[in-house]
Design a protein around this ligand. Structure first.
Ligand SMILES: Nc1ncnc2c1ncn2[C@@H]1O[C@H](COP(=O)(O)OP(=O)(O)O)[C@@H](O)[C@H]1O
Ligand SMILES: [Mg+2]
Length: 227
């Protein structure tokens, strides 16, 4: 089942007098249950593409359909609604709130979704257990290692059961071994049915995905199915 379909997506930024074309006619289809890596060098347009996939930004032209909804001409609040429902974000720098415990960080999206407090705590705890952090629910980010902080961020991204887990350089701030442990977790979550789109510039990390897409200078250059 198609979960994401892009057709002729173009993104330009105005740079003084000139337009800089950052994404050039991107065509992309991702199916439910896929684990896709988008691999490309710095400046190739990865984050720009991720921002459009994640409804944090809109394309300049072209069509984007996410879970049967046309994402185009939406206002900020409609965009935010789709984003909250469909996408769980994981970032390179974890983006946890330092003053909150692991549990409170994971609870945050459930507060936005207006889930009552008791149920919220149950769901957040369950998700922290799922990522292997049942002992750390009351720890703050500063008391956790990088790998543990990324696990909290993954629990936060997953707790609302989004359609897509979308990760921008999720291992970029981690050492090789910790990065591979995070990839093992992604692999497990994908086996449980989660659709994952992961952006990386690391060849070794891209190999964990089942499909690899290369991006260069704003163009998708190769789609390869890993064995
Ligand atoms: N908000 C912006 N305004 C102008 N140019 C931008 C903006 N965001 C990104 N760019 C440019 O778009 C290109 C791609 O950037 P980006 O998507 O961040 O690449 P990557 O994530 O692959 O490093 C770069 O040349 C960058 O300078
Ligand atoms: Mg980037």
């Amino acid at each position: 089942m198609e979960i994401l379909k892009m057709k002729d997506i173009v993104k330009t930024y105005q740079m003084g007098e000139e337009d800089q074309i950052v994404l050039k006619d991107i065509d992309l289809i991702i199916n439910k249950g896929d684990f896709v890596s988008i691999l490309g060098p710095s400046g190739s347009g990865k984050t720009t593409l991720m921002n459009i996939i994640g409804c944090l930004d809109v394309q300049t032209s072209g069509s984007y359909v996410l879970n049967n909804q046309e994402v185009d001409d939406l206002d900020e609040s409609e965009l935010a609604q789709i984003r909250n429902k469909e996408i769980g974000f994981v970032f390179q720098q974890f983006q946890l709130l330092q003053r909150l415990s692991a549990l409170q960080n994971v609870e945050l999206p459930l507060i936005y979704a207006k889930i009552p407090s008791k149920l919220r705590k149950e769901k957040a705890k369950e998700m922290l257990e799922r990522v292997g952090l049942s002992e750390k629910v009351n720890s703050r980010p500063t008391q956790l290692s990088g790998g543990e902080q990324q696990r909290v961020a993954i629990a936060r991204a997953m707790v609302t059961k989004p359609t897509i887990l979308l990760a921008d350089e999720p291992t970029g701030a981690l050492d090789q071994k910790t990065g591979e442990q995070i990839m093992q977790l992604f692999t497990e979550l994908n086996k449980e049915g989660k659709t994952i789109i992961m952006i990386t510039h690391d060849e070794k990390i891209a190999k964990y995905a089942s499909t690899r897409i290369n991006i260069l200078d704003g163009e998708l250059t190769e789609v390869k199915y890993n064995d």
